[in-house]
Design a protein around this ligand. Structure first.
Ligand SMILES: *[C@@H]1O[C@H](CO)[C@@H](O)[C@H](O)[C@H]1NC(C)=O
Ligand SMILES: *[C@@H]1O[C@H](CO)[C@@H](O)[C@H](O)[C@H]1NC(C)=O
Ligand SMILES: *[C@@H]1O[C@H](CO)[C@@H](O)[C@H](O)[C@H]1NC(C)=O
Ligand SMILES: *[C@@H]1O[C@H](CO)[C@@H](O)[C@H](O)[C@H]1NC(C)=O
Ligand SMILES: *[C@@H]1O[C@H](CO)[C@@H](O)[C@H](O)[C@H]1NC(C)=O
Length: 438
């Protein structure tokens, strides 16, 4: 009897050992749960590799780690991401972007009309929800969650191609301010793309996880997310390894576009001073805007750049309008860029002060500051935040990929490829209001 037991014991031990050694020496399993960042202007998908402990942000067919949140409808089909963006001029009414601003949101007729005035496509009211009117061979409406589903499907396919296995499960991030309905409609978008959502996490929480703050000994984390058009500040509190959003504030009319606009206004004034007329042709304005955008990006690394733009200025001749071809050249310095935007940059501190006030916290009590969003690359913005808190913010993760990195880590946890003791998540918070400055 006892002999049989010990043989059985040895067999079980051997099986355990084989399993253990197998785990050590076999190639690690491929990740089966993907992490999705369905952003307002860009989307990304990532996976956590249990073998290396690293997050891979998956690239599209052209090697981009983010795809534009753009879906274009044509008589021959529906195109998403860069393909959608490439088709966005023919005609512009059939290219839908910013759908995230509409998903799961309840509107009344008047405020929806105000919203839709900002877009080249047509937004229509349907029983409290927004839909988009598209005309290709026929005229039809599509829902914001359908737009979301096309972007999510594209990212699902990117992941399947990269990993070589079918993907059916995902974790997705949403803005902390999303209510239950907006979260449900985001899940519905994923379901339409053939994805089961295992968990929805807040974007600021994901960004904090990208820096490993779920494993670190910190209590109060402030996340500043400054993108193309909006600023979101969240104060997170860690309680028993779980993140709780304590306060939110922001400015939905402040972002990279505004900084570009100031530089464009300056460049336009310089053209007028040099040649007597401002650029008026649509193509000229477009070229100038593009050049200014590139210059803005370069000024995050360089102290000065040379703006060089060929223009066809419409000068008034003796008898009629004449066209003059010129090569507009202007040196732009970082200092000039900072001066032009000094008042806008200072506006970043208002929501930061508000979340601290609402969270009953002194700025010295903030343990880590996490910067997210492309505009936080601007050195002056980093400096303003650093000076306010008297300490360096966390910036080592690419600010455009911090959210997807964190979501992919959460997906890794959900996929079981993580030591159990660090499966930190967040505490839902249903009754938090967001203060908006704008
Ligand atoms: C739209 O019309 C074109 C030309 O008439 C046709 O080739 C195409 O298949 C149609 N597309 C759809 C989706 O029906
Ligand atoms: C309109 O919306 C309400 C509330 O969401 C819902 O109960 C109702 O069924 C909807 N009506 C139609 C015609 O879809
Ligand atoms: C969201 O979905 C859950 C689960 O399907 C449901 O119980 C809840 O009523 C939904 N809430 C809203 C506001 O749509
Ligand atoms: C911006 O940077 C890129 C690459 O660093 C460079 O090729 C380009 O000439 C720069 N543009 C300006 C306007 O300085
Ligand atoms: C950023 O976060 C890490 C935690 O992962 C921390 O160790 C580091 O000191 C933080 N601060 C800076 C300025 O990088």
């Amino acid at each position: 009897m006892s002999g049989e037991m010990s043989i059985l014991g040895s067999v079980i031990l051997a099986l355990f050992l084989a399993g253990y050694l197998g785990q050590q020496y076999l190639p690690p399993p491929k990740p089966r749960v993907i992490g999705l960042d369905l952003g307002t202007t860009f989307c990304s998908v990532g996976v956590f590799h249990p073998g290396t402990g690293e997050v891979e942000v998956i690239v599209d067919e052209k090697g981009h780690r983010s795809i534009p949140s753009v879906v274009s409808f044509t008589p021959t089909g529906v195109y998403s991401g860069h393909e959608g963006l490439d088709l966005s001029d023919i005609p512009p009414q059939n290219t839908i972007y910013d759908a995230k601003r509409f998903i799961g949101k309840i509107f009344n007729r008047e405020n929806l009309e105000q919203e839709s005035a900002r877009y080249p496509f047509k937004v229509v009211f349907n029983n409290g929800s927004a839909e988009f009117l598209v005309t290709t061979n026929s005229t039809f409406t599509v829902t914001p969650e359908f737009i979301g589903s096309r972007l999510l499907l594209k990212m699902k396919q990117m992941a399947e191609k990269q990993l070589g296995i079918p993907i059916e499960k995902a974790v997705i991030s949403v803005p902390a301010e999303f209510d239950e309905r907006q979260r449900n409609y985001t899940i519905r978008a994923a379901n339409l793309a053939g994805l089961e959502i295992l968990r929805v996490i807040n974007e600021p929480t994901a960004a904090a996880m990208a820096y490993g703050l779920h494993k670190a000994d910190v209590f109060n984390v402030l996340v500043v997310d400054l993108g193309g058009g909006t600023l979101d500040v969240s104060l997170l509190n860690k309680q028993g390894g779980m993140f709780l959003t304590r306060a939110m504030a922001g400015n939905n009319k402040l972002g990279g576009q505004d900084f570009t606009q100031r530089l464009l206004q300056y460049a336009t004034d310089r053209v007028r001073q040099q040649y007597g007329v401002p650029p008026t042709l649509k193509d000229d304005i477009h070229l100038l805007r593009q050049a200014v955008e590139v210059a803005k990006l370069n000024l995050t690394k360089e102290s000065h750049v040379l703006l060089k733009v060929p223009l066809r200025l419409q000068t008034t001749g003796v008898k009629q309008e004449e066209e003059e071809k010129v090569l507009f050249q202007e040196e732009l310095t970082r200092e000039l860029f900072e001066d032009l935007n000094a008042d806008l940059f200072q506006k970043i501190l208002a929501p930061i002060r508000t979340v601290l006030l609402e969270g009953h916290l002194e700025k010295e009590e903030v343990d880590e500051i996490v910067l997210v969003g492309g505009s936080t690359r601007i050195p002056r913005i980093r400096q303003i935040i650093k000076e306010y808190f008297g300490k360096e913010p966390n910036t080592s993760v690419d600010p455009d990929l911090a959210v997807v990195t964190g979501v992919a880590i959460q997906a890794g946890i959900m996929g079981g490829s993580w030591p159990l003791q660090v499966s930190a998540i967040e505490i839902p918070n249903r009754h938090l209001r967001k203060t908006n400055f704008s």
